[in-house]
Write a protein that binds this ligand. Structure first.
Ligand SMILES: Cc1cc2nc3c(=O)[nH]c(=O)nc-3n(C[C@H](O)[C@H](O)[C@H](O)COP(=O)(O)OP(=O)(O)OC[C@H]3O[C@@H](n4cnc5c(N)ncnc54)[C@H](O)[C@@H]3O)c2cc1C
Length: 442
């Protein structure tokens, strides 16, 4: 089984230019993923020059490995936001992440980016009775905040999804799929074409007050935006606030029209389920099925494990074959990817408490978040925007103290904190789901 990132096998990354001399500039952005690129673009639109330093190529991190579900609720649903923050603040936060969805779409349309842009509704399905209740809560939250939403009971679900064993689901529009690697590469080309300076193959190795070192060269800057996601940990930054989770993505050979009609009798949709470690799938423009999934064993691992893709592939296929009996899913590649997370599943954005020239964007946990935060930080640098500072500050209170983290280990602390962020009032559901995950691993 091929374990290279499928997107990067289809198209080589841009060659790029590496930094070879010292530099003095106003704004330097560390990281050429979704957050860094969108930040540079927003600054450029305002007539402010920024330099991106990227250790590999644009989209080499999480942004170029994704399944490209462009929905506002990556990792945290609207109902969880309502429960954790109340309806008014939940709507404000939701609108913020929706602005990221809109920004990505607007770039695709404006620059005619060829990135397999597929308009598809989102469908969140319950894997058991409790899961269906969860989708009902999501539907209720969407209705309460005046967002379009359709609830499917188990019988009605079969009209739109030819799957077995789901208990119902909630569907909503204004979402799409894309190849996020092609998007990052294309946005890089657009920016370079418009005069933005991007150094690739340029790894930042240390950061000081108003300066940093990359490729052994010194860069002096008034503002430093660290948009390196979980790699910030490697620079000794945000050690308490940040960790990573590992997920896996598989892609099949193109499916037949018959198979597709059985899976989606009406419209193609982007589907994910209510399990704690959830499975997700969608069709690409060339009829391949993208299947995402993980396993509690590997989700919170410190490092990628080369042997992990095989058991994950077996798990993915078993899942798909159980849901869609009789349909074959010939996997062509499966690859791992890590993304940054916080304990409350909301991202980090804010200035360093000891050095106001450094601003962080991390743990965006979703491309729309990364896009919205990139733009936000640009507005912050330009006009001092601050309306979301208190929500995303790296110095907010997290559920587990440093002491707990030390005793329980980072992996366990984050697993429990995530259960709490998602399930708060459904603690018994959380315990049951953890037991189910453990059972699946046996
Ligand atoms: C397998 C997988 C599937 C996913 N699927 C989805 C999905 O379907 N939908 C969704 O919304 N989200 C998805 N995500 C999450 C999403 O990819 C991330 O949340 C998002 O890409 C974060 O963007 P970013 O720009 O903050 O980070 P990154 O894309 O990781 O960018 C950080 C960049 O910084 C660079 N860098 C790191 N250290 C240094 C250094 N020292 N010097 C210079 N450069 C450095 C890295 O090379 C990288 O390019 C997925 C993630 C993975 C791994």
């Amino acid at each position: 089984m091929n374990t290279d990132v499928y997107w990067q096998q289809e198209k080589e990354p841009s060659a790029g230019t590496a930094l070879e001399q010292d530099l003095v500039c106003d704004i330097v952005i560390v990281g050429g993923g979704m957050a860094g690129l969108m930040c540079a673009q927003q600054l450029h639109k305002a007539g402010i020059a920024a330099v991106i330093l990227e250790k590999d190529f644009c989209g080499a991190g999480a942004s170029g490995k994704t399944s490209g579900f462009i929905t506002p609720d990556s990792e945290i649903e609207l109902s969880s936001l309502v429960e954790n923050y109340g309806p008014t603040e939940a709507k404000r936060i939701w609108e913020f992440v929706v602005s990221g969805v809109d920004a990505i779409r607007s770039n695709i349309e404006q620059y005619k980016i060829d990135c397999d842009y597929e308009v598809q509704d989102s469908l969140f399905v319950g894997t058991n009775k409790r899961g269906f209740e969860h989708t009902q809560e999501e539907h209720a939250a969407r209705q309460q905040l005046s967002y379009e939403s359709t609830l499917y009971t188990q019988e009605r679900l079969s009209e739109v999804l030819g799957a077995q064993g789901y208990f119902g689901g909630v569907r909503y529009p204004d979402t799409f799929g894309m190849n996020s690697y092609l998007y990052c590469q294309a946005l890089r080309d657009v920016l370079v074409g418009e005069g933005v300076v991007i150094y690739e193959h340029t790894a930042v190795t240390s950061l000081g007050k108003g300066s940093l070192v990359a490729n052994g060269k010194k860069i002096m800057a008034k503002h430093i935006v660290v948009a390196a996601d979980h790699f910030a940990l490697q620079l000794g930054l945000l050690d308490y606030q940040l960790y990573h989770i590992q997920t896996f993505l598989g892609i099949t050979k193109p499916l037949s029209d018959d198979a597709i009609k059985q899976i989606f009798p009406q419209d193609r949709m982007m589907v994910w389920d209510t399990d704690l470690v959830y499975e997700y799938y969608r069709l690409t423009g060339d009829n391949r099925m993208l299947i995402g999934g993980a396993d509690l064993r590997y989700t919170y691992e410190m490092n990628e494990r080369p042997e992990a893709p095989r058991p994950i592939a077996r798990k993915m296929l078993k899942y798909m074959e159980q849901r869609f009996p009789g349909i074959e899913f010939p996997l062509e590649s499966i690859w791992p990817g890590m993304l940054g997370v916080t304990k409350d599943l909301l991202p980090i954005m804010g200035q360093d408490k000891d050095d106001a020239s450094v601003t962080y964007i991390a743990a965006a946990s979703g491309l729309p978040w990364a896009a919205a935060l990139g733009k936000y930080v640009a507005d912050k640098v330009k006009d001092g925007r601050s309306d979301f500072d208190s929500v995303f500050t790296p110095y907010r209170t997290f559920v587990a103290s440093r002491l707990i983290e030390k005793i329980a280990h980072k992996q366990i602390t984050y697993a429990l904190a995530h259960g709490y962020a998602k399930y708060q009032s459904r603690i018994f559901a959380l315990i049951a789901d953890m037991a189910k995950e453990l059972y699946k691993m046996l």
